[in-house]
Ligand binder design. Structure first.
Ligand code: ATP
Ligand code: MG
Length: 206
């Protein structure tokens, strides 16, 4: 499961746990990116902070792990490179890329680097997410015949209307994030004073 995890929250964790059980996976590897090609680096927290929060949130689950493969690869993080790397490291394994509805729709629209190659390279688990319509029909319509859909599997999960964007806004506004993120992540955010600063463009406006 790839992401920026800025910070990791219960939406990510519920999605991963549901994927484990619904698809009988052996293991979920969380892969925090160094630099998302789709996000402004000025708005994103240091990769080491995001890596450590992801570690803290997953460390007690024997079936969860965190990979540094993208954090340690210089430059922008492309999922296609990561999946090729994982495929080479685990020959014979069936690889599933776990995404939320927003991410799979981006991939099907061809917005990720080598989207078509990526869709051919591994299986996809596409989780429902509040705010994004996801059905077999949406997948077909969004894929528009450009992408092979036989590798994309829909997964319905309990609706978790949680996003990292909302959590960052809450911290900035002094509102609670308890029960939205694991306790250790909440403590880490407080200890390091993360998300207190207004992002650069708004700061420039005063
Ligand atoms: P941001 O608001 O900063 O974009 P985010 O909450 O979307 O953060 P990401 O790190 O961007 O988190 O997402 C990583 C992956 O997790 C994506 O595939 C995304 O669709 C999925 N995801 C995130 N939150 C949820 C959720 N509440 N339910 C289902 N999937 C989710
Ligand atoms: Mg996101």
């Amino acid at each position: 499961m790839g992401g920026t995890f800025d910070p990791i929250h219960y939406g990510h964790l519920v999605t991963a746990e549901e994927a484990l059980t619904q698809f009988r996976l052996d293991h979920v590897v969380f892969v925090p990116n160094r630099l998302s090609p789709l996000k402004d680096p000025a708005d994103v927290t240091d990769p080491e902070h995001r890596y450590l929060m992801t570690f803290l949130a997953t460390v007690a689950n024997p079936r969860f792990g965190v990979s540094r493969v993208e954090i340690d690869r210089p430059g922008a993080s492309y999922t296609i490179d990561t999946m090729r790397d994982l495929a080479a490291r685990h020959p014979g394994a069936t690889l599933f890329y776990i995404t939320g509805a927003d991410a799979i729709l981006q991939i099907l629209r061809g917005e990720w680097d080598q989207s078509a190659e990526l869709l051919a390279l591994c299986q996809f688990i596409a989780a429902t997410r509040p705010g994004f319509a996801l059905s077999e029909e949406t997948l077909r319509r969004t894929g528009g015949g450009r992408a092979p859909l036989e590798n994309v599997h829909l997964m319905t999960i309990p609706a978790m209307a949680i996003s990292s964007t909302d959590i960052r806004a809450r911290v900035r506004a002094g509102r609670p994030i308890t029960y939205l993120v694991p306790e250790a992540v909440e403590a880490y955010i407080a200890k390091h004073g993360l998300y207190r600063r207004v992002p650069a463009p708004e700061a420039a406006g005063g």
